[in-house]
Design a protein around this ligand. Sequence first.
Ligand SMILES: [Zn+2]
Length: 191
Amino acid sequence: MMRPPLRVRSTVINNIRLYTGLPPAERYNIVIVPFTPETSLSHCPRCGKAVKTEARFCAMCGLSLAPGHNNTHAPGTIPHPNASPTPEDHAPVTEAANLFYRTESAWGGKRLLGTENIGVVLINTGYPLRNVIFRVQGFDDKGNELFSVNHEVKHLEQDRPATVEVASYDIPSAPADIRVSLMSAEFASID
Ligand SMILES: [Zn+2]
């Protein structure tokens, strides 16, 4: 038998849609349609203030926010709108924004043997970070992984290079390729 159309009134209070006039549930198969509020909120990943998802900047601390951002935008992955120039002869750190690296012999200068300690020089052209964990991987010329080590940099200020060292005992043979990726980071405190 045909059921009469439901007439339900709704109103939005504090982003929650409230319904009135719903009949007793046992008489109807009620389909709940997800409600997408016009304005949804997330939180600034740096200062924690609630921000609208369409906001371009955090009103409290000025952090740049991509449109439609959500809480998955982690420190070290948010591009600085006025980042410093990309340094020459550096490669971008994987899974990161504004982070670059180059390698050298840990004693400075060009790597000679291939298996001596490797210095990985990191430079941050964007937001200051702290407790930054990088993964350094070495690969042979066939793309096989030779080593994978994690290193932490306590402070990574803008344009202030920091060097981490891969010890020779972690390097079984000379890598043909070295790649650096970002594992995690925190924003440095806001001045
Ligand atoms: Zn903020």
